[in-house]
Design a protein around this ligand. Structure first.
Ligand code: HAM
Length: 424
C-alpha cells in the first residue's frame, strides 16, 4: 500500500520550510513590536466552542469540521479557526480581567474539510491577532494599518483593503428582515445553496460568487444605510483613522464574512494574485461573544492571515527570502587519527553556532570529500590526513578563492571561530 499525505494537507521541508520560517519570524516580530503576545490553544476543542460562536448554520460548522472519537459524553473537533478557541481561553483564564486593552497573537494550523484547490487546503496555517477590551474604532484601524505595514515590509503591494460594517444586534435584525424580503422576491435567480440560506442567513447571500446571486446582490439594500447611530459613528471613526494612518481602502458592502460572531467592522485583504480564493486576510469586530461561554461580555477585534496564501503571493512576486543553508566549513578527515581530532573540534564549534558539515565515512578519499564540500557550498574545507598530522597541522582550503593555508592543530578552535566571525 502506498502511503501518502492526506489530500489537502502538505509536508514541508528543506528550502521551502526555511523560507516559511524566515517569514514566520518576520510576521511575529512585527506583531510583537505592536505589543501582541503569543497564545497557544489546543488543536482539539469541544464542538460547542465553534457551534455557539462561529454559528450552527455556517459552512464551517455545518460541513467542514473534522470530528474525533472521544469520550461519548463530549463531541470533539479539530479547530477550524482560532477566534472561538481564543475566546474560550480568555473566559476560562479571565485574560480580560485587567479591563485594559490586551493584544494576543497565535500561529497555528487549522483544519477545514473543504474541497482542496489552489489556495484552499484542509490543513492550513493562520497567523491570528486579537485585541480584547477596547471597543474603539481606533483599534480596528490600527490592526488594519498593522497588516498594511506588514505587507509593505514584506514588499507585497498587490492587495486591496475592503471594509464594511455589518451593524450590531440592534440594527442588523431589522435590516436582515428587509434584505430577506428583497431576496425572496428574486429567489428564482439565486443558486440552490443561496435559496436554502434565504431564511436562515440571508446576509451570506451577499457574499456568494455565483453570477445570478451576484447580480441580485448588486441591487440589494445596503446595510450601511441601515446602521444605528452608534454603529454609523463607529464606522465613520474607523474610516477616519484609516485615512489618518494613510491606509488606502475601499468600502465594500459585500464583505459580510462567513462566520456569525462579527458585529460592526468587517474587513478583508483581497489579492488578485490568489485566483478564486482571493482573501489573504479576513477579520473584524466580535464584541460580546464571550457571553456565549458564560463569561462577562468584552469588546474584541482581530484578523486571520493565511500563511499558505501569503507564501503564494510572495512566491509569485519573487519576494521569498534567499535562505543560505551552506555551511562555513566542511571537515575532511582522512584516516581514524585525523577523524578523532576533527570530530572533537567540529562538535566544539557547532556548540558555538558555527555551521559545519563532516562526513563520518572513514573510507572517503580527498577527491570525493572536496566534491561533497562543493556540492554543499561550504566556504572552507578543513583537510587533515597522515601527512598533516605529522606536521601537527591541518589545511584550510578557501573553496571560493582556491587558496589554502596551514593551521597548527592546537590553534584550530580559535582560528576557525575567528574566521566564522565569532569572538573567542
Ligand atoms: P477566515 O476568513 O475564515 O477568518 O480565515 C482567515 C484567513 O485564513 C483567510 O483570509 C485565508 O487567508 C485563510 N484561510 C481560510 N481558510 C483557508 C483554507 N481552507 N486554506 C487556506 N487558507 C485558508 C477566520 O478564521 C477568523 N477567525 C479571523 C478572525 C480573527 N476574525 C477575528 N479575529
Amino acid at each position: 500500500m502506498e502511503l501518502r499525505a492526506t489530500r489537502g494537507m502538505h509536508d514541508l521541508w528543506g528550502e521551502t520550510l526555511a523560507q516559511w520560517s524566515a517569514i514566520e519570524r518576520k510576521v511575529k516580530s512585527v506583531l510583537e513590536s505592536f505589543g501582541y503576545r503569543e497564545i497557544r490553544t489546543p488543536a482539539v476543542e469541544r464542538i460547542e466552542v465553534f457551534s455557539h460562536t462561529v454559528g450552527e448554520e455556517t459552512d464551517i460548522v455545518e460541513k467542514q469540521m473534522y470530528t474525533l472519537m472521544g469520550d461519548v459524553s463530549e463531541k470533539l473537533v479539530l479547530r477550524p479557526e482560532g477566534t472561538a478557541s481564543f475566546v474560550r481561553a480568555v473566559v476560562e483564564h479571565q485574560l480580560n480581567a485587567s479591563g485594559r486593552a490586551e493584544r494576543f497573537y497565535y500561529y497555528i494550523p487549522m483544519f477545514r474539510h473543504e474541497r482542496p484547490q489552489k489556495g484552499r487546503l484542509r490543513q492550513f496555517h493562520q497567523f491570528g491577532a486579537e485585541v480584547i477590551n477596547d471597543p474603539s474604532p481606533e483599534v480596528d484601524a490600527e490592526i488594519v494599518a498593522l497588516l498594511d505595514h506588514l505587507f509593505g515590509s514584506l514588499g507585497v503591494k498587490e492587495y486591496a483593503v475592503r471594509v464594511n460594517s455589518i451593524g450590531c444586534s440592534e440594527c442588523r435584525p431589522p435590516f436582515t428582515e428587509y434584505l430577506k424580503t428583497y431576496l425572496q422576491s428574486h429567489a428564482a435567480v439565486l443558486c440552490e445553496e443561496c435559496r436554502a440560506r434565504l431564511d436562515r442567513s440571508p446576509l451570506r447571500i451577499l457574499d456568494c460568487k455565483k453570477e445570478g446571486c451576484r447580480a441580485v446582490a448588486e441591487k440589494s439594500p445596503r446595510i450601511l444605510h441601515s446602521l444605528c447611530v452608534a454603529c454609523r459613528n463607529h464606522h465613520e471613526g474607523f474610516k477616519k483613522r484609516l485615512a489618518l494612518l494613510s491606509v488606502p481602502f475601499e468600502e465594500d458592502p459585500f464583505i459580510v464574512r462567513g462566520l456569525d460572531y462579527y458585529c460592526r467592522t468587517a474587513f478583508e485583504f483581497l489579492s488578485n494574485l490568489l485566483g478564486s480564493q482571493s482573501a489573504l486576510v479576513g477579520g473584524g469586530r466580535y464584541d460580546g461573544i464571550s457571553e456565549r461561554f458564560g463569561g462577562v461580555p468584552f469588546p474584541a477585534v482581530g484578523f486571520g492571515l493565511g500563511m499558505e496564501r501569503l507564501m503564494m503571493v510572495l512566491e509569485q512576486k519573487k519576494l521569498l527570502p534567499v535562505v543560505d543553508r551552506s555551511p562555513i566549513y566542511y571537515f575532511a578527515a582522512l584516516g581514524e587519527e585525523a577523524f578523532v581530532v576533527l570530530y572533537r573540534v567540529a562538535f566544539e564549534l557547532k556548540k558555538r553556532g558555527v555551521g559545519i558539515e563532516m562526513s563520518y565515512d572513514g573510507e572517503k578519499r580527498l577527491k570525493s570529500h572536496l566534491k561533497q564540500a562543493d556540492r554543499l557550498g561550504s566556504h572552507f574545507t578543513l583537510i587533515c590526513g597522515e601527512e598533516e598530522l605529522k606536521r601537527n597541522t591541518a589545511i584550510l582550503k578557501d573553496m571560493r578563492q582556491g587558496t589554502q593555508i596551514e593551521i597548527p592543530i592546537q590553534n584550530l578552535d580559535e582560528e576557525l571561530l575567528r574566521r566564522a566571525g565569532i569572538a573567542t
